[in-house]
Design a protein around this ligand. Structure first.
Ligand SMILES: Nc1ncnc2c1ncn2[C@@H]1O[C@H](COP(=O)(O)OP(=O)(O)OP(=O)(O)O)[C@@H](O)[C@H]1O
Length: 604
């Protein structure tokens, strides 16, 4: 057990690992370690504790660690959990997405020296500009209404890194489109999100001198959700760890790999775990779900992984519900029947403990309408959400949480908010400047504390007070400014979030008073008492006529949904999906047929 000074929260959590030999082995590991484990097995918990321990025992400031993950939601969860242990974003602790790491810690410091063929200072294309250039370059090459899809363009760029290879040319149209789009970006002096990782990889692969510089700053690299990170990051990790002497601690679950369309591949995690110089650790206990849900989820996956519930006596509810009149009927049933009963059946359970999961934002629109008609407030996470979570919008939400009362219990911590704010300044601030900026932010947030205030006024004050000035000075934040502008527009009179108050803005990642509406993809990494999955019809999940690989990925998506639940899973279906020309009656999802048959055979 650790020797240096640790917070009480750390000691309490670390003590919990003592009962789990796998977690303990990972926690005590001395070199590179990869934790492979199923849902709810405490991978993220082990990762944050191990990182805290390494930082206290093995690494001296100003050296530190980089902790990276795939999405902004996961990065925020990591930030939250590390803060609870007393660790927060700092010059020697990076907590964020792979894109943020590549931009801030590879391309910005070393890209110019390496003479990368991109323009410095770096300027990141906003989503709007990037979408426009993709569309224009495609139309110019192939004419309007061409059959090629932007999603495939992205996958090709992310997954084939060698532009001189046969693989790059094997999809000739996508290669030509990528080259035209990138030329248009460069003409505007811009890079996009994929460029960050692709050029980050190139920098690391082609310039040996970068390795000791990264290693000097970050002798430790922790990666969460490894299965989602794709081939470019995999190469960055391998080069840093096995050529650059960076110590690696990675966790992931290939069965939860659901981003194949972005080029991610669960096999990369397995490849890593099979190396001789890595200590692999497997975790079997599921702390999250009741035993019935653990068994059912393995049946849904169609694989026997040997996972067990930590508490085999805990009750679980799993039900299949036919709602014959389509998705709106399913949503109405969830609102009128399932949610009221779920709220009543466990003392202290709130709306925040319940989630409705669906396949895409169109289904989200139908669900949101039914939920609003039922009089419930909700938080919605999908592509139709009024703004995307990027580091800046997440930070604004966390400032709101602090001002709305979080300051009383240091959740989030003010120091963490200041350090994240300083990290938005791409130019290195000297100590005096950093202190001044920190003092200014503190004074502003202190003045904005209020238990009740409109979110619109709060965001306007934050922008007028400090943010707009920052955004004018930092062109590399253009993509993030776009999302902040969308947040501002949604909060304006007549906007989708016009009535939001500061506490709800701060609680958009989870609030006891709001039901959670999410796509199955966004639910990754989350947990709820009660999970209601809607749209489980053939043609929706899975789509029909999928390739075997895409069908496997759909099954994993179904598995991710099921495994979010602690106590109850309700699976709703109608037996048809709405098509362009009316209902298409292909029956319910074959995943449900299989699962129900297996559960019956096992007497579950
Ligand atoms: N040793 C332990 N003792 C008690 N509770 C634990 C232990 N390890 C993890 N937990 C709890 O189990 C739950 C799941 O943990 P965590 O989120 O770290 O799992 P995960 O493996 O990252 O899950 P997923 O892959 O589904 O996102 C959390 O509520 C966590 O606090």
């Amino acid at each position: 057990m650790p020797s240096r000074s640790f917070s009480t929260a750390y000691l309490a959590q670390a003590a919990e690992l003592a009962g789990n030999p796998g977690q303990l082995a990972a926690y005590n590991s001395q070199g590179h370690c990869v934790v492979l484990a199923g849902p709810g097995s405490g991978k993220t918990k082990t990762l944050v504790l191990k990182l805290a321990r390494i930082l206290a025992e093995d690494v001296q400031a100003p050296r530190g660690a980089a902790c990276i993950t795939y999405s902004q939601e996961c990065a925020r969860e990591l930030t939250r959990r590390l803060e609870m242990l007393g660790l927060r974003e700092a010059p020697n602790l990076f907590i964020g997405t792979v894109h943020g790491f590549c931009l801030r810690h590879l391309l910005m410091p070393y890209g110019r020296l390496a003479d990368l063929p991109i323009q410095f200072p770096l300027s990141v294309a906003s989503q709007r500009v990037s979408d426009r250039l993709i569309r224009q370059s495609g139309d110019e090459l192939f004419g309007a209404n061409h059959p090629y899809k932007a999603i495939d363009l992205g996958r090709h760029r992310r997954s084939v890194l060698n532009r001189n290879s046969v693989a790059w040319r094997s999809e000739e149209e996508l290669a030509a489109w990528a080259e035209a789009y990138e030329a248009a970006l460069r003409q505007g002096g811009l890079i996009d999100y994929d460029d960050m990782v692709v050029y980050g990889q190139r920098l690391i692969a082609e310039h040996d001198w970068v390795l000791p510089l990264v290693q000097a700053k970050f002798p430790v690299l922790a990666v969460d959700e490894y299965q989602d990170l794709g081939v470019a990051l995999h190469r960055i990790v391998k080069r840093l760890a096995f050529d650059g002497g960076v110590r690696l601690f990675a966790v992931g679950d290939a069965d939860q790999s659901i981003y194949g369309f972005t080029g991610a591949d669960g096999a990369l995690l397995m490849e890593l775990a099979e190396r001789e110089d890595i200590e692999p650790v497997r975790l079997q206990l599921n702390y999250r779900s009741g035993a019935g849900i653990v068994s059912a989820s393995e049946m849904a996956l169609g694989e026997d992984r040997g996972y067990r519930a930590n508490d085999p006596t805990r009750q679980a509810t799993i039900e299949f519900v036919l709602c014959p009149d389509g998705l709106a009927d399913q949503a109405a049933h969830a609102v009128a029947q399932i949610i009221p009963v779920a709220l009543d059946s466990k003392p202290g359970r709130t709306l925040g403990d319940i989630a409705i999961l669906y396949t895409d934002y169109r289904a989200g629109d139908i669900v949101a309408k039914a939920v609003a008609a039922g009089g419930f407030d909700y938080i919605r996470v999908d592509t139709a959400a009024p703004y995307r979570k990027v580091a800046l919008t997440s930070w604004v939400e966390d400032c709101a949480a602090w001002c709305a009362g979080g300051w009383r219990i240091a959740r989030p911590q003010l120091r963490g908010l200041i350090d994240r704010y300083l990290a938005f300044h791409r130019a290195n601030l000297d100590d005096a400047q950093a202190r001044r900026e920190g003092q200014e932010l503190t004074a502003l947030l202190w003045a904005l504390r209020a238990d009740q205030q409109s979110a619109r006024d709060f965001v306007a004050s934050l922008r007028n007070g400090i943010l707009d000035r920052l955004l004018v000075a930092e062109s590399s934040l253009a993509d993030q400014k776009e999302q902040l502008d969308r947040m501002t527009a949604a909060l304006a009179e007549g906007g989708a979030l016009a009535t939001l108050d500061i506490a709800s803005l701060g609680g958009r990642d989870g609030s006891p008073d709001h039901l959670n509406l999410l796509t199955l993809h966004s639910a990754k990494g989350c947990e709820y008492d009660v999970v209601i999955m809607v749209g489980l019809d053939y043609g929706s999940l899975p789509w029909r006529k999928l390739s075997p690989e895409k069908l496997r990925e759909s099954r994993r998506l179904f598995y991710v949904g099921l495994t979010r639940a602690r106590d109850e899973v309700h699976m709703l279906y109608s037996g048809f999906v709405e098509g362009r020309y009316g209902p298409m009656r292909h029956g319910r999802s074959p995943f449900l047929d299989e699962l129900e048959a297996r559960m019956r055979a096992a007497n579950l």
